[in-house]
Write a protein that binds this ligand. Structure first.
Ligand code: ATP
Ligand code: MG
Ligand code: MG
Length: 406
């Protein structure tokens, strides 16, 4: 089926097979984690078949996909074989074999977003270089490959200094902070040395972190979701507040930076743009993801079209849906593993039990085979009539004293 026409199947011609789903094409997703699972759930609602490629037999998407091919999305041979059973290939993780995708594209296989976008994004240093060419505002950054080059960067950028791995980064794994010159060599070793590629960024003392999900259709139209605030703890997304409680002017600026960044990349789908809002009202780009994103989980319950449905619409050449919020306010809380093994499950279960008693709260449990500390195990979205209300519900969920100091 690889390379098959992406034109919508006609219902007029006698010889055309009837369309059984909203689109009668098989979507192939590289990766079967929680994002893949939620893509499958949106596809199921529309009768769209999704095949996933993931090495884990019991990965989260396994229970909801149409077909699970057990194999690595990093292995060109596996990706090529997988493509044969799909009409359009997409990703739920950027750490895939992008060279294989590029080759497949040359043979006519439809990849959305394009392999070029994934190639740029999966190397965070290359990504920064790309966006700086397009005039996107960002914190200063420079590649480092020796102790003397990182020391020089430290002198120029000052401390704390953010040191980042170019590749395979997620949930802050791949980032380390040096507080002074003496910490540089241990920070570099904690990231595995210079061999795998490191760069540094000037520390950004941001007022807030924001995120904008931008969707682009196959014919190049873009729509943006309302700006959200993301609150991180130990480099991992902890909470998402939608909409962000910032002035309209700042929302417009964040949206325009995000849209400009995505317009510089090729392909259809949803993209997430992580941003910093500084104390002097600048908006700086942190990084981009070429796929649905943690900062868009709330769109399932809080928006007319979820980011997952939107991604499917976009990559299949269907009309884009309305990204607007249908509830005035939403908060998304990530359930992270608090402990390994059974006690971790007990703690998560206690939280879920409380959530089930909170009006407007929806529980998503990814059913990962194992629980590990700081691992994303599920999330809870609370929607309500105001940010005040959903925050009060969150306090109840987390058993915080709503009257006490925050
Ligand atoms: P993700 O899980 O979003 O892919 P990641 O591992 O790629 O994350 P980053 O997004 O680079 O990591 O950074 C994680 C967090 O670290 C950011 O959300 C932010 O809170 C903080 N951070 C990153 N870069 C800087 C910076 N230059 N200055 C200050 N804080 C930063
Ligand atoms: Mg990242
Ligand atoms: Mg990030």
């Amino acid at each position: 089926r690889a390379g098959a026409s992406m034109e919508p199947a006609s219902t007029e011609g006698q010889s055309d097979p009837p369309v059984r789903g909203v689109a009668d094409r098989v979507v192939g997703v590289l990766g079967g984690g929680q994002l893949g699972k939620m893509l499958c759930q949106a596809a199921s609602q529309m009768g769209i078949k999704v095949a996933i490629l993931d090495p884990l037999k019991d990965c989260p998407a396994n229970s909801v996909c149409h077909e699970h091919v057990v194999g690595s999305f990093n292995d060109g041979v596996a990706v090529r074989e997988f493509a044969k059973r799909c009409d359009v290939l997409t990703v739920e993780i950027e750490h895939v074999d992008a060279v294989a995708l590029e080759k497949l594209e040359k043979q006519g296989v439809v990849c959305e977003p394009k392999a070029s976008a994934i190639t740029i994004i999966q190397d965070k240093y290359r990504q920064k270089g790309h966006f700086s060419k397009f005039g996107i505002p960002m914190a200063d950054f420079v590649e480092v490959d020796t102790l003397s080059s990182i020391e020089k960067a430290g002198e120029i950028f000052g401390y704390p200094l953010m040191v980042k791995s170019k590749r395979l980064a997620y949930d802050g794994r791949g980032n380390a902070v040096a507080h002074d010159k003496n910490e540089l060599s241990s920070v570099v070793s904690s990231l595995g040395g210079f061999e795998h590629g490191l760069y540094v960024e000037r520390w950004t003392p941001f007022a807030k972190e924001l995120s904008v999900i931008v969707a682009r259709s196959r014919d190049g139209c873009t729509v943006c979701y309302p700006v959200v605030e993301t609150i991180h703890k130990d480099n991992i997304c902890h909470l998402v507040e939608a909409p962000a409680q910032i002035p309209e002017k700042m929302k417009k600026l964040a949206t325009s930076v995000a849209e400009k960044a995505i317009k510089s990349l090729e392909g259809a789908g949803v993209f997430a743009v992580e941003l910093f809002l500084t104390n002097d009202n600048q908006v700086l780009l942190n990084e981009v993801a070429p796929r649905p994103h943690n900062s868009g989980h709330h769109t399932i319950e809080a928006c007319y079209t979820s980011q997952y449905e939107q991604h499917l619409r976009a990559i299949l050449g269907l009309p884009l849906g309305d990204p607007a919020m249908k509830a005035p306010a939403a908060i998304m809380y990530n359930i992270l593993g608090e402990d390994e093994g059974d006690s971790g499950f007990v703690l998560a279960h206690q939280l879920i039990k409380r959530a089930l008693n909170i009006p407007g709260a929806s529980v998503h449990w990814y059913a990962k085979p194992e629980i590990r500390k700081q691992r994303k195990m599920g999330h809870i979205t609370i929607v309500g009539p105001s940010m005040f209300d959903v925050k009060a519900h969150l306090d109840r969920l987390l058993q915080r004293d709503t009257d006490g100091p925050k």
